[in-house]
Design a protein around this ligand. Structure first.
Ligand code: LMR
Length: 396
């Protein structure tokens, strides 16, 4: 049965971590996988998470299955965090929210549910997008179509091209949007652009599907949710997959949620029942640990503050590193303009280098980044920034 199976090359993103670990160059820099790193280069457990974990460990007296949709308090806090606690769709019961294993699990669960309701539905995905969006969504049965998103020459969002393509999206189609901190380019929609896309969705009838993996790492928790909240307010239907990997640092605990907004509360109940039935066919019930931690933190004002302060620190550090890298490159005389990196948001930006120069950075300088020239800005720190800027200057 397995004799004809061929080995696959390592994952283009996750494979970088293994290669980095093996590298013996003391100057090596890991700008690959999108995890937040502190000044010491570690991906830390957040303090509020540690406290919640200790508490949970003491309190927990059973490992029996949890409710199929996840703990009630997790669902309440997820809706409040993503939509804002006074959002009319929450008040009107037009939401169904289901805990799922991480952001990817949430995307996949939503895609599986959509494909069971309307097999082969078309989903428009930005080009570029997180490389795993394509296999993850298409293997659920959805039909993918790309829409142009980034102008590589101008290093900015190509909104006209995006809208030109999305004009062809119609009722029954989905449009995948990055809620904030676009992965891989860091170029986000402005408030006015969110409004235009919302108008188009309303006019043409397509359903936006928002991937919200980085809420809080761009401009702030509320600011980063602007587009999702606007669409929830204006549109009859919306899908949001959010992740707690990055903003709570719960990567390996796999915590995320699918929120589906429907035209009325009856439909929301029906949709919720179908989403948990879909999950039942795949992994049965969701993992509980990380979801309990999120709920415990957001239920406790002190822990919420501690978490929010640390998240703010992370966000400020990323934005500071963006500025530092741009000024460092300028200071050492690199003529290429990198100032766009300063205006982009979240963990990622493109360096804007061709493949051969990216390969040189990896092979000759032990600087690990994705083949598209995407860097994880959080992997930069005071100790490695000079070597990084110098290496970029040399390959240029
Ligand atoms: C990334 O884009 O680096 C992260 O979302 C991690 C992953 O799973 O690819």
């Amino acid at each position: 049965m397995f004799d004809a199976i061929e080995a696959r090359p390592p994952d283009p993103i996750l494979g970088l971590s293994a290669a980095f670990k093996k590298d013996t160059n003391p100057s090596k820099i890991d700008l690959g996988v999108g995890v937040y790193k502190d000044e010491a280069g570690n991906c830390p457990v957040m303090k509020a998470v540690k406290t919640a974990e200790r508490r949970k460990c003491d309190e927990e007296d059973s490992k029996a299955y949890i409710a199929q949709a996840g703990p009630e308090s997790f669902i309440k806090h997820t809706l409040d965090l993503v939509l804002g606690n006074a959002h009319p769709v929450i008040r009107d019961g037009r939401t169904s929210c289901v805990l799922a294993p991480g952001g990817s699990g949430s995307l996949r669960l939503a895609a599986e549910f959509i494909n069971s309701a309307a097999p082969g539905s078309k989903i428009f995905v930005s080009n570029p997008s997180w490389p795993n969006h394509v296999p993850l969504l298409s293997s659920s049965g959805l039909t993918l179509e790309e829409y142009p998103y980034y102008d590589y020459a101008k290093h900015s969002l190509d909104f006209d091209a995006m809208m030109g393509s999305l004009k062809t999206a119609k009722k029954g189609d989905l449009v995948l949007l990055h809620g904030c901190c676009h992965n891989p380019c860091g170029a986000d929609l402005s408030a006015a652009q969110w409004e235009e896309v919302t108008e188009l969705a309303l006019k043409n009838g397509f359903t936006p599907f928002i991937d919200m993996a980085y809420q809080g790492l761009g401009d702030g928790l509320d600011e980063d949710a602007y587009g999702a909240r606007l669409m929830a307010e204006k549109l009859p239907e919306l899908i949001i997959a959010n992740s707690y990997s990055k903003n709570f640092g719960l990567y390996r605990d796999r915590v995320g949620a699918v929120t589906i907004i429907t035209s009325n509360s009856e439909v929301a109940k029906a949709v919720g029942s179908q989403v948990v039935a879909t999950a039942r066919q795949i992994y049965s019930v969701p993992p509980a640990h990380g979801a309990y931690l999120v709920a415990m933190i957001l239920d406790d004002a002190e822990l919420t503050k501690e978490w929010n302060d640390e998240l703010t620190e992370m966000r400020d550090r990323i934005n500071g590193l963006r500025r530092d890298l741009v000024s460092k490159l300028k200071a050492i005389g690199v003529s290429q303009d990198f100032s766009y990196i300063q205006n982009e948001k979240g963990l990622f930006s493109f360096l804007g280098l061709p493949k051969d120069k990216v390969e040189k950075l990896v092979k000759e300088y032990s600087i690990y980044l994705v083949g598209s020239s995407r860097i994880n800005v959080a992997g930069i720190n005071k100790k490695n920034i000079d070597y990084l800027a110098d290496s970029i200057s040399k390959v240029l």
